[in-house]
Unconditional design. Structure first.
Length: 213
């Protein structure tokens, strides 16, 4: 959400309320949530202080587009190391893994600026965790900039509109490689994806060769 790690705690409540606005939750809901953070030992107290409690906020109604006011009570049941949500989903979600407590699995969390590799067993115990700097954000930005430079007729009509890396990410995640959900204006970026991914691979390989030399 922010390159400044401290902002992940400072803006925790705002990000949660933004999600609740998108979900259009009913007014007066009591919400019990578990949160995760890259450094819970450092930020757990601050996150809980900011998030827990009763909060009133406004957002646009998704259909009428009128401003609605809602109040929500949030109870924080725990703050865990980043990646624990994906482990819980692997073990207990709809697409759950069938693991014995002695078996191991690896969760790979590719973020915008980091890769988080977590080894865990069937009981959810973390065996090992490794953080690598450099996520997928650079790739998304490269693709967005490549779309900005397109010279086809539709792109030339919207030359001043900058493409969003987050929408690039969404197109990759849903497997369509299409920018935007509108069937009339959506742009397929499969070519830009392949080109930019190849460029990043070349940079990585060149960096590895320089290190070995």
């Amino acid at each position: 959400m922010h390159e400044d790690k401290a902002k992940k705690a400072e803006l925790a409540l705002e990000s949660i309320l933004a999600d609740l606005a998108v979900l259009n939750i009913p007014n007066g809901v009591k919400l019990s949530i578990s949160l995760s953070n890259h450094n819970p030992e450092r930020w757990a107290t601050e996150i809980k202080r900011r998030v827990e409690g009763t909060h009133t906020f406004e957002h646009l109604h998704p259909v009428t587009r009128s401003i609605v006011t809602k109040t929500v009570e949030i109870v924080v049941t725990g703050i865990y190391p980043e990646g624990f949500g994906s482990i819980a989903h692997c073990l207990f979600g709809e697409a759950s893994l069938v693991l014995d407590p002695s078996e191991l699995a690896i969760a790979l969390d590719i973020g915008s600026s980091t890769w988080l590799i977590t080894v865990f067993n069937g009981s959810g115990a973390v065996i090992d965790r490794h953080l690598i700097e450099g996520g997928a954000g650079e790739l998304h930005t490269m693709i967005a900039e490549a779309l900005d430079k397109r010279n086809d007729r539709v792109s030339l009509l919207s030359r001043d509109v900058k493409h969003s890396p987050s929408l690039i990410n969404q197109g990759i995640l849903d497997g369509t490689f299409t920018y935007g959900g509108n069937a009339l204006t959506g742009k397929n970026f499969q070519a830009e994806y392949s080109e930019c991914l190849g460029a990043i691979r070349c940079l990585v390989n060149h960096g590895n060769q320089s290190v070995h030399n």
